[in-house]
Design a protein around this ligand. Structure first.
Ligand code: ASP
Length: 313
């Protein structure tokens, strides 16, 4: 059984000035996650490491680089799920946390609950000594400028996710050398969202799902649309009906477009190591590491190949 790691940096109309940093960020994260499995780590360890790398990179809308809500605050959502046990942990509307994916993992491993929100998530973080970061440290210059430009428009959560107001959530899926799958997703949500708005990313079956019997999925796109069609579970159910990973994702994204006019993207891995990165927005930065190859893309139908070597592992 060989391991596979796939990551995305969000599905939206990524402007040219962010394109190359987005692709290089997802490639680095895929290599970091893959190297965790090469050293004996599990798929769960790998998706956490890959998403932490993306959260630490301010080009992406998660952790550092997160978008601002209507009051100019950062509120973060994240989920992690272990396909071996169906254990899952999530946080929503949490503030001042640099790596919400690790807090989500702590919810899974150290509490009897699956989602902690807002103040409760922050109280839990304090109780396990997760250090906080001031909001200004999480906000990039790009986001501050965009928010100032758009804050007077009622464009927060738009139906058309191809709009430039959107920003890039991050996610990872993996299958490890033992055949276990996992997923993780992390986001600042959508710029100008209402205070307390929770999108799809922290909701099981919507922003992500992982089951060793079917595979693992991480989604991105217009959260309200993803929630309406439970996108991650929809992709899985197509896979459970025998569809290949790419076809399952295409059918589900197509359905979301037809049924609720929502655009988005998904990365998927099957227990046997088949994988796909699919989107209906203009662009999605993604990368996949398997055997000795690193794959990546940004525009529709794009698939570049570079050797995975000691240097990038
Ligand atoms: N799905 C995320 C949300 O609606 C946004 C994104 O994927 O960029 O919160």
């Amino acid at each position: 059984m060989s391991a596979v790691m796939v990551v995305h940096g969000g599905a939206w109309a990524i402007p040219d000035e962010l394109a190359s940093a987005s692709v290089s960020g997802v490639k680095t994260a895929a290599c970091e996650g893959f190297s965790v499995m090469k050293k004996g780590g599990s798929a769960l360890d790998a998706v956490e490491a890959a998403v932490r790398s993306l959260e630490d990179n301010s080009v992406f809308n998660a952790g550092h680089g997160a978008v601002l809500n209507s009051e100019g605050e950062v509120e973060l959502d994240a989920i992690i799920m272990d396909g071996k046990t169906l254990g899952s942990g999530a946080v929503s509307s949490v503030k001042n946390i640099a790596n919400p994916v690790s807090l989500a993992r702590a919810v899974m491993e150290k509490t009897n609950h699956m989602i902690l929100t807002s103040r409760g998530a922050n109280l839990f973080a304090d109780s396990i000594d997760v250090s906080t970061v001031p909001t200004e440290k999480l906000v990039s210059e790009f986001e501050r400028t965009e928010w100032e430009k758009h804050k007077n428009y009622a464009t927060g959560v738009k139906e058309d996710f191809n709009a430039k107001w959107a920003h890039d959530t991050v996610g990872a899926v993996a299958v490890d050398f033992d055949g276990n799958v996992a997923c993780a997703t992390s986001t600042g949500g959508i710029r100008n969202k209402m205070v307390g708005r929770v999108g799809d990313s922290s909701i099981i079956g919507c922003g992500g799902y992982a089951d060793n019997f079917s595979g693992a999925v991480s989604c991105t796109g217009h959260g309200e649309s993803i929630l309406k069609v439970t996108l991650a579970r929809l992709i899985m159910s197509y896979m459970e009906q025998g569809k290949a990973v790419a076809e399952a994702s295409e059918l589900a994204l197509q359905y979301m477009g037809d049924r609720v006019h929502g655009a988005g993207g998904a990365i998927v891995v099957s227990p046997s190591g088949q994988w796909a990165a699919t989107f209906t927005t203009e662009r999605m930065a993604w990368a996949a590491a398997e055997n000795d190859t690193l794959w990546s893309g940004l525009n529709p139908q794009e698939k570049f190949q570079t050797p995975l070597n000691e240097w990038n592992l």
